[in-house]
Design a protein around this ligand. Structure first.
Ligand code: ZN
Length: 425
């Protein structure tokens, strides 16, 4: 850890995840060591950490199911097909607004003030040096393969266990791991290695997935820029893992068995789940949170989910034609209409995380409308320029993206229409 502020730090708040047991944790500076054994610990340093000075945290945490914590479906450790979003369980530093009590009565009872609000979209722009170089070594049972985050750089057997070392440079603090008795299928496409890790009985969609990955790579590389890794891994994880059908991490995409690998894609001719998921997830490696890392404020999800939905739609159009894509858009219109009465309405450019009917569904609708207003090529020119101008350490906002759309807009009248699309509720 580095003190990136311009002031000495003499107090540090460290938070461990409540579901994990701290086996050991020691915070070390150049001159002192502090032992940590509480979930939330405030450390006071005798000798403050000076600007630019480093410290380190050496910790060991463990996790197992128990009657008290139950089975955390976001974090399935099972015999075959485990998946952990491990970075979510790493310690965090400083005040955690996410942990605030939401219940107004409880807040009053504890004499707490107003809950922290999400940062306003118009707040000053942010540059933050918080990307990491990930060097991750995972060991698993001898008959299993561990899929990590980043490119595989080393593999060996030690003490009868399989070891895998993954590396990724300049990525947001997000990493996950899966482990299973995997079958693998590997294809090299235009210099990128595509690996599919799947259950031996779920091979039916593997070729379709590879074809989709190729089409997505082609579209994204051509329109948005270079693919940032050497490999793309698609790994099947257990259907115990709930809450998502697929999720993208730098160079690795994890997909659940029932939603994808073992899904019957011929059952519904009007829907191609592989295309929706593969295209969507793979495109996240250009968008947030991989290629860019949006600032945590109003509108942030427009730079992650809305852009992935746009890519998904354009790929759908490319593969199945415009008419079929418009049928998908109709479905998203229905999802949006069903949900909009139930929660607070927001314009897309200020959408917040919980309103997925806006960021995904309305986002897809608006981006397709935009592609009709100014043309798919111009939208892609704007997106490429957006990526170029908002690289790390910049934390872009939805206003940065709107600026790029205005730049490619042919005239003032069209730009006013763009404004209405993104800014009206
Ligand atoms: Zn997504």
């Amino acid at each position: 850890m580095v003190n990136q502020t311009d002031k000495p730090i003499n107090k540090i708040l460290i938070n461990f995840h409540p579901d994990l047991k701290i086996e050991s944790a020691i915070f070390n500076t150049n001159s002192e060591s502090k032992k940590i054994d509480q979930e939330v610990t405030e450390i006071s340093l005798h000798k403050p950490l000076q600007p630019g000075e480093t410290a380190n945290l050496d910790f060991k945490i463990s996790y197992h199911w128990s009657a008290v914590n139950g089975h955390d479906s976001f974090n399935s450790i099972i015999e075959n097909g485990s998946f952990m979003r491990i970075s979510r369980y790493f310690p965090t530093f400083g005040y955690q607004a996410n942990n605030e009590i939401e219940d107004e009565e409880k807040r009053a009872k504890f004499k707490l003030g107003k809950q922290s609000e999400l940062k306003k979209l118009e707040a000053p722009e942010v540059f933050k040096k918080d990307f990491i170089t990930l060097d991750m070594t995972v060991s698993t049972e001898k008959n299993q393969t561990a899929v990590g985050t980043g490119d595989l750089v080393q593999q060996y057997i030690k003490n009868n266990r399989n070891y895998f070392r993954y590396k990724a440079e300049n990525i947001p603090f997000r990493f996950a791991v899966s482990s299973a008795k995997y079958q693998t299928k590997t294809t090299v496409y235009k210099g990128v290695t595509i690996n599919i890790f799947y259950h031996e009985k779920h091979s039916e969609n593997v070729n379709h997935l590879i074809e989709n990955a190729k089409i997505t790579l082609d579209y994204c590389i051509q329109n948005f820029g270079k693919y940032p890794f050497k490999t793309v891994n698609f790994a099947e994880v257990s259907s115990f893992t709930k809450g998502f059908a697929a999720t993208a991490y730098p160079s690795s995409i994890f997909m659940t068995e029932d939603m994808l690998f073992h899904a019957n894609i011929h059952a519904d001719k009007d829907q191609d789940v592989i295309n929706e998921l593969a295209g969507h997830e793979l495109s996240h490696l250009w968008w947030g949170n991989s290629g860019i890392d949006p600032d945590d404020r109003e509108g942030a999800v427009m730079l992650t989910e809305t852009l992935a939905m746009y890519t998904e739609m354009m790929l759908y159009k490319k593969m199945h034609g415009k008419e079929k894509m418009m049928e998908r858009i109709k479905v998203h219109q229905q999802i949006f209409d069903n949900e909009k009465g139930l929660s607070q309405n927001q314009p897309l450019y200020k959408v917040t995380g919980e309103n997925t009917h806006i960021s995904y569904s309305k986002g897809a609708i608006i981006m397709v409308k935009l592609s009709e207003l100014i043309g798919e090529n111009k939208v892609n020119t704007a997106l490429r320029s957006f990526l170029l101008h908002n690289q790390y350490p910049k934390k872009p906002t939805s206003l940065d993206l709107l600026k790029e759309f205005y730049k490619v807009g042919p005239n003032e009248a069209v730009n006013r229409k763009i404004d209405i699309l993104f800014k009206s509720e």
